[in-house]
Design a binder for this molecule. Sequence first.
Ligand SMILES: [Zn+2]
Length: 84
Amino acid sequence: MITCREMVDLLSDYVDGHLEPTLARQLEAHLRGCTECTAFLRTFKETLALAKEAACEEMPEELKVRLRDFLRNNLQRGRSSPTT
Ligand SMILES: [Zn+2]
């Protein structure tokens, strides 16, 4: 079973269709049971669509910031994070 953190790491490959089928299935299983990741996937895809409209090949800085915020806000509850 993959964790939310791993999910975030795999997400961009998953959206691009580059993820191994086995991992993709695990990711989908996680998404079914995790509303936070489901919501994040939606945001991720929307942001990606906007980036493509803007003809931007690289992941935009804003999306990286959103990923980081998502990790901070949703995935590190009750956990002491190392200083970044
Ligand atoms: Zn999750």
